[in-house]
Every structure is written in C-alpha cells, then in structure tokens.
Design a protein around this ligand. Sequence first.
Ligand code: ADE
Length: 238
Amino acid sequence: MHIDIISVVPGLLEGPFSHSILKRAEEKGLATVRVYNLRDFAIGKQKQVDDYAFGGGAGMVMMVEPIAKCIENLQSQRDYDEIIYMTPDGETFDQPMANSLSLQKNLLILCGHYKGVDERIRERYITKEISIGDFVLSGGELAAAVVADAVIRLIPGVLNDETSALTDSFQDHLLAPPVYTRPAEWQGMNVPEVLLSGHEAKINEWRFEASVRRTRERRPDLWAKSGLGESDLKKRKK
Ligand code: ADE
C-alpha cells in the first residue's frame, strides 16, 4: 500500500511514521507513506495557501489552486483508489472502514486547516470524507495519522502473531477481554486462575465471556450490532 498525505504542517506527521509498527511496515516494504507540503504548490511569492472567506466571517479558507495543483501533480504519477479529505463533518471512522481501506493500494489524504478547504476541491477531487470523531482538531494531520495507523496495521505481514489484528476490539463487534502478564500475583491482586491453567478451550471461553460482559456494560450500542443474544451464549456453553 502507498499513502500520500498533503499537509500545510508536514512536521506534524514526521513522528507517527518514523516509529514502531509504521516504521517496520515501511522497512518491510509493505506500506509507504509520503507527506507533501502544500506550500510547495503555492502560487506567488508569498507562498499563500489560504485566504479570507467570501461572505465574511472569522477564519481563513484553504485556496483551490495550490490543492488542485498538488493533487493533479500526484495523480499524474499514481492512480488513487480513494482521495480522502479529513474533516469533522465526514463519515465517522470505525474498524469496518479501516478494514476496507486496508484492501486498497493507493490512498491520497488531504488534511484540512483553518476553516477548511474551498468547497470546490471537495466537489472536484474528493471521493471520501472522514472524521475521527465529534470534536474539532486544529488540523487534519493527527486525524490522518490515526487513519493511516489503523489501516496499515491491518495489512498482512505488518503485525506479527503476538499482535495479530484478528483479536482486536471491534473486529467482531465485541470489545477485547482484559489481559494480564507476569507476575501472576501482584500486591494481593491475582490473575484469573483459568488463564494460568493451560486449558485452551476454557481460556477461550473465559475470554469470550469477558468480552461479552465488557461490551454489554460499556458499549450497549456495539452489543446490539453484534447480533449475539442469550441463546448464542447458552449454545456456546454446551
Ligand atoms: N479535522 C479537524 N477535526 C477533525 C476530525 N474530528 N476528524 C477528522 N479531521 C479533522
């Protein structure tokens, strides 16, 4: 997979992609991420990328021309499966969206700033608009890093067995169960006995029940989506 990101603050994206799993994905040749500075496509001596909003009001708007120039330059080098705009009024990002994006080959992500981009950019180029939640960030960069992280870790080979994505929260509409490591007893707090038993079927059963309990308590909305009910729980027990 290849991800290109367009930003007016490219420095904000240096950290996330030079560490840990994302760095390893790049080193293994499984995913590459390139960040483009929108200012390199700015017009005129001032390198201007934003301007006042027509109709007045507070806040600047990102101009059409630099973004169009940047996107068209990148499109001449690559066919994008999606051209994504990070915006609080987009579709809310979730695990199913991460799963489907992880199947794509080439993604282009545009990070908004100020009051956002001129609407004509959205109409002409953008194929998908993503929000990472109902709050407003100062720019789309951190949101783009969140999306890229969630997507890249799903690419086969990026994670090793111990960090397999198959047991993540949300993959089956259930939250993940609690996890423990050594020591088995700490300050009078004990790890559940079954996890020390070595009995795989019982351990799986315990984890499933703990997932169900956690999901019902914390996320009744997810529990409803899981399609599981009392009869499934009883069936598993038999
Ligand atoms: N830009 C600003 N806020 C955002 C959000 N919540 N999601 C995606 N992009 C954003």
